[in-house]
Design a protein. Structure first.
Length: 72
């Protein structure tokens, strides 16, 4: 299983980053419906891509905390 964060969209590609700061381009057509920037994606051994809502919320809270510290 691979875990990626959806960083941005470039044309027809979704640019994702893994925990080792490596970037991957995934065709937008392969993403789950409703995938958005900031979502945590889990890719199974079979190649199925799913959004992990729990990990996504944790990541978003972490980013909000960092933003709050930055703007204080």
């Amino acid at each position: 299983m691979r875990v990626l964060i959806l960083e941005r969209f470039e044309g027809t590609m979704a640019i994702c980053e893994d925990e080792n700061k490596k970037f991957f381009a995934i065709d937008i057509g392969e993403l789950p419906t409703g995938a958005r920037v900031g979502d945590v994606l889990v890719i199974s051994a079979e190649g199925e891509i799913a959004i992990d809502p729990k990990r996504t919320e944790i990541a978003k809270k972490k980013i909000r905390g960092m933003e709050d510290k930055l703007w204080r």
